[in-house]
Structure formats: C-alpha cells, structure tokens
Ligand binder design. Structure first.
Ligand code: ZN
Length: 671
C-alpha cells in the first residue's frame, strides 16, 4: 500500500508523513505521471468542441495527484534531503521536464486553447477566467507550441538538458557547502560571542570533530566574519565561502553555468526572442532588460557613493589596528560590526536574548491577527522532521490554512530560507485550503535566539506564507504566489516593515529568561540602525543583479567568470565588496529558471514595498484596517488573477517610484 496514492484521512488532509517511506516516491511519481498523461490525452482527444470547462478547467484538475506527490517530495528534497531523495531528484528532473514538454507540445491540446483564445470575446468569461486562459496560451507559446519539426525537437532537448544541469548545480553547491569546515582551537574563539561559540560547538558535533568549527552555513559564517578578530582565519573562511562551486573536480559549477547560459540563449533564439533576458522579462512587470537596467542604475549611483564613504571609515579603523594596506572583503563585516558598536552601540550579542524564535513567532502571528484577523493554534501532529512545527490558521472560527515552520539549520537542508506550498489554495473541484511551509536556517539553540537579520528573514518568509494562505481564487494556476517574478517579493518584503513598527518589538521582544521588555534605548538604537550599512547591502545586491542581467542579454558568454569580472569592472565595484552571490554558487540564477534575469526583482519589489508601506504611514496607523483590507483584497488574496501593475494600482491608486526605497535605505543622506 503506497501512502502517497491512497486518500489521506488525516486532520486537514495533511500528508501522513509517518506512513510515507522514501521507496514510495518513485512508484508514486510513475503512477501520478501516468494518470496525468491519461487525463491530458482525454482532454485533447475528446470529440466535443472546446469550451472553457472541458479544456481549461479540465486541465486545471488533470495533474491533481502529481501535484499532491510533488508537493510532499520537493519539500522534503529541499528541507530534509537524504542520498535516496537526491538520487530520485536527479532521476525525476528529466522525467518531469519531458512531461511538461509533452503537454505544451500537444498540438491537439494547443489547438483547443488557441481556438478558445481566438474566440475569447464570445465566451462570457469572468476576468479571472480570461486571465487564466491568456496565461495558458502564453505558457504554450513560450514553450514552443508554435514551433514545428526539428526546431520543436531541439527545444525539447534543450529544456530537458537545462533541467538536469539545474539540479546538478544545486547538488554541487550543497556538496561543497557540506564538505568544508574549519576547526577552531579554544584560542580561536577569542572575541566570539557566546551564541557563535555555541553554534560552532554544535556544528563540530555535527561534523564529528571534538572541537568547535566554522561551516559555510550563513548563520555561522556571517557572525564569525563579524566578530572574529583573527584576520587570517576570517580570510580563510571568507575565501572558502566565496569558492563554493568553484573548487575544481566533480562539484565545480563553472562549466555547468557556461553550458546553462549557452542553452538558454539557444532557447530564446528558437522562440524568436532577441535574448534570453527579453524572453524572460516579457511576462514580468518590468517587461524589458532596459527597464531593469534603468531601475538598477538609478539606485546604483547613490548606493556606491554611500558604500565608498563607508569603506573609507572602515579602512581607517583597519589602519588604526596597525594593519597596513587596503580594506579587504573579509574585513568589511568585522569593522562594520565594530563601527556599529561604536556609533550605534548596538551589540548583536546583547540583542539576541530579546529575539527568541518563540517571541518573534508570536510577533509575526500577532501582526497577522491585527491586520487580517488571522488566529494561529499550535497543532500536535507528526511532521517530516522533529524540528518542524505546525499551526492551524483560522479566521472568525473558520479554517484558513495549515502553516508549517521548519526553522533550524541542519546538514540535510539546503541553505537559505524559502516558502513553499505543499498544497495550494483553489476553489475549482471543491474548496482546497493551503498547506504552507516556511523553511529557514537559523542556528539551533536552547532556546533558539535570532539575530535581527534572522527575525527579518522570519517575517519575510511569513509574508510569502500570507500570500499563499490568504489566496482566494478559483484556479490553482494563478493561486497564491503564482504571480510575476518581480511582483512575488512584494508581500514578503512588505511584511518585514511590521518588524520595524516600534510597538511590535515593544510588545514581543522580551528577554527569554527574565521576560523583561527590550530596554527602550536598545529598541531606539535598533530601529535607528535600520539603515546601517545599506550602502554595502545595496552594492553587493546590485552587483549580482547586473551580472545576472548581463549573462542573459545578447550572446551567451563562453566564460561566465570573465563576463562577471567585466561587468563588475565596468560599474567600478568597490574592491572590498563582493557580489552577494558569485556565479559558481548563484543558485537563484542557475539552480533553475526562476530568478534567471530576475534577481533584480527583489529590488523592483522593494521599490513597491517601500511605497506600499507608505500607504499605512499616510493613514497614520501601521495596522489601519481599511488599508489592510485593500492589501488583502488586491494583493494578498488576488494571486495572479490580474496584471501586477493593475493590482498594485488598485491597492495604492498609483504606481510606485524609486524615492521611498532610497529614503528607506538611507541612501539619500549626505555622505
Ligand atoms: Zn522572498
């Protein structure tokens, strides 16, 4: 009996994790793919003339079992990988890609969709239905439905190879992240706050060595670089961090990246686009590479000016320590932390006891309660890992969603933080409520204490979760976060703003031992420090975004590392700041298509989130019920039911400009 294929009678229809074994997945995928193929064939081959119900709505439900199996598997593969799951993921990549191509290459099916689209004005469709039809047709055309013969076959081969390479890129990166660690002597712990020492010791146990270690987990290496006075160790760790995916041998990603870029360029050319970036940006809010570059460069100049001024201050501190020569990238975080202490007197180590994970979870839930009336009740239910926790989400007593939080770093989890839906909201075929997962990589502790950055990440991912949980659409195709890439970060980045509302931290940031509220002056300093080092953060981000854009505009570079160097040279990247993600570990761009020529979208969304939060400020209340209701109606519940610029304009009454972002990041200050 394969638990993935039988009906789930669990509470809220949660996957019965305990009954699912790794060996169930391969046969479940085979069965689900076979079922989906049978449904697609029946839709394409039916005798009846095409109508919206027998074609589009039937397609919406054709892959229900595949969605269910995928929802469980891909969550586990990212959050709790094993060798068996990795092997299966490798096997599945070409199979899933082949299936997707089969659907979009199905000429009879496309014929039905095209007929509907051509006759759309006479179908009496709702706005949502028209949008879904338009997006289906666009998906088919962009997948090559209009191509014939050799060209169609070549496109299928290219896409299939790209899927394999994307998985390989991720797995190489994970292997490099796991393989490297640096043992620390007791003397090497000098200057490190207790929480860094504790996570270094925990990491040592995980790596099977007696003493503490530094690993390449962001939650450990970043504080190590901030606090360790041992410059040689910082350099060693920083360089290892920068070399992920570029260590030579079987896990080197440089050749993988070059092949991916060449194949993407070929794909765009087959489909009739000037470049992969033109192809990729067509369905986005930005629309063109020129619009992206214009936005990035408007932010670049003030950001670089600020970063260069900051670099001069930090370099003077380096020299004051008796070290000659220029400020290096492994020095930035260390001296920046010292400067933060001196100028803002904000001691991360003293701050963390007020930011326990439980307190910050209470804060994120409380904000969602005040804004949208959501309530959260902890569930005692078995999940896929002992560290994962679940809550039932309700409103006025009615079930809304199940929310799962999986917060601690472990070797089996890929790095970073993300939100995924094990099950997405839709109404077609019976109301389906979402099961939404937030995965983070916070250092485990007893209790777990967060940095302020971690707390922002928590709120960020929860903003995505709200976009899924409050989704209120008929069709799964446009549900929740199924929106344009440069629109999808709006809810998440917007939600971060509530962490900066003073009354939120006043209420929730309490010392985990004494329960005391955060001292008022600490809170004030924390909020004032919000714009601290934003020159650095903006520069490292835009560096990555411009390299991503350059990779996909025009001909593919034969040597991506050379291209990367040229782009950074051309913009005059400050020497002490590296790209936030260098090419060999730029998973956003190479692990899949998602953020390729789309990394800019975080900043595009930030322009919007700064402007959107200003709507609450203008109302004089961060929890203004009327603005919150508009936010839910036009953004959080609307999914992709309309063009993003239309949704935004309905919420705000206008399109956003770049000034609120520059102001919010403190980049307009005199330097
Ligand atoms: Zn995000």
């Amino acid at each position: 009996m394969n638990a993935l294929l039988t009906p789930w009678t669990t509470e809220f229809g949660l996957p019965p994790f305990a009954a699912i074994s790794d060996t169930d997945f391969a046969p479940a995928f085979d069965a689900a793919l076979a079922e989906a193929r049978a449904h697609i064939a029946a839709i394409a081959g039916q005798a009846e003339a095409p109508d919206f119900a027998n074609t589009i709505e039937a397609l919406e439900l054709a892959e229900a079992l595949l969605d269910r199996v995928s929802g469980v598997f891909y969550n586990l593969a990212g959050a709790d990988s094993t060798e068996a799951r990795e092997a299966l993921q490798r096997d599945l990549a070409p199979k899933m890609s082949a299936f997707a191509s089969e659907v979009t290459n199905n000429a009879a099916l496309f014929g039905r969709i095209e007929a509907l689209w051509q006759g759309r004005d006479g179908l009496g469709l709702s706005l949502e239905q028209l949008r879904v039809l338009t997006l289906y047709r666009q998906m088919f055309v962009r997948s090559g439905a209009l191509l014939q013969g050799d060209q169609a076959a070549r496109l299928t081969a290219v896409k299939s190879r790209l899927a394999v390479l994307g998985t390989q890129f991720s797995q190489n990166l994970l292997a490099d992240e796991r393989a490297w660690f640096m043992e620390l002597s007791e003397a090497d712990l000098e200057g490190l706050p207790d929480f860094v020492v504790a996570s270094a010791r925990t990491a040592g146990v995980e790596k099977g060595v007696a003493g503490p270690v530094v690993t390449l987990s962001r939650s450990l290496i970043v504080p190590f670089l901030q606090f360790s006075p041992r410059r040689a160790l910082r350099q060693k760790a920083f360089e290892a961090w920068g070399l992920r995916g570029a260590n030579g041998g079987a896990t080197d990603n440089r050749g993988v990246a070059a092949e991916i870029l060449a194949l993407r360029a070929e794909r765009a050319q087959l489909l009739g686009y000037a470049s992969f970036a033109d192809y990729k940006l067509e369905p986005e809010m930005a629309k063109t590479p020129a619009a992206v570059r214009e936005l990035l460069m408007r932010v670049w100049a003030p950001a670089k000016r600020k970063a260069m001024a900051d670099a001069a201050v930090l370099e003077a501190m380096l020299h004051a320590d008796g070290i000659a020569g220029p400020l290096e990238p492994w020095d930035w975080r260390y001296y920046s932390e010292k400067r933060r202490l001196a100028e803002h007197d904000l001691d991360e180590a003293a701050l963390k006891p007020y930011l326990s994970l439980d307190a910050m979870l209470a804060a994120q839930f409380d904000c969602a309660n005040r804004l949208f009336g959501l309530e959260f009740r902890a569930l005692d239910t078995p999940l896929y890992h002992a560290d994962a926790r679940a809550w039932e989400v309700t409103r006025r007593g009615a079930h809304v969603a199940v929310f799962i939080g999986d917060y601690f770093a472990r070797g089996s989890k890929r790095s970073g933080a993300w939100c995924s839906a094990m099950r997405s909201q839709r109404k077609l075929g019976g109301e389906q409520s979402p099961i939404v997962v937030n995965v983070c990589n916070f250092a485990k502790g007893d209790p777990a204490l967060l940095s302020y950055d971690d707390a922002r990440t928590l709120f960020h991912e929860f903003g995505h979760a709200l976009h899924q949980m409050l989704s209120n659409v008929t069709y799964g195709f446009i549900s929740g976060t199924s929106v344009a890439r440069d629109f999808v970060e709006l809810p998440s980045q917007l939600y971060e703003h509530w962490l900066e509302v003073p009354e939120v931290l006043e209420k929730h940031a309490r010392h985990w031992q004494s329960g005391a509220a955060m001292p008022a002056d600490m809170l004030q300093r924390l909020l004032a420090a919000g714009t601290y080092d934003q020159g650095f953060a903006t520069v490292e981000f835009i560096g990555s975004a411009l390299v991503d854009l350059a990779f996909h505009e025009g001909a593919a570079p034969a040597d991506p590392m050379q291209k990367q160097a040229e782009v950074l040279e051309a913009i005059g990247m400050p020497r002490a700041i590296r790209m936030r993600h260098a090419t060999p570990h730029f998973a956003h761009v190479f692990s899949g298509d998602g953020y390729s020529s789309g990394y800019y979208s975080y900043m595009w969304s930030e322009v919007m989130d700064a402007d959107a939060f200003a709507a609450f400020e203008e109302a004089g209340d961060a929890f203004d019920p009327e603005v919150a209701a508009r936010l839910e109606q036009f953004i959080l519940s609307a999914g992709g039911s309309e063009e993003p610029d239309q949704l935004y304009t309905k919420f705000r009454g206008k399109m956003p400009g770049v000034e609120p972002l520059l102001k919010g990041r403190g980049l307009l200050e005199e330097v």
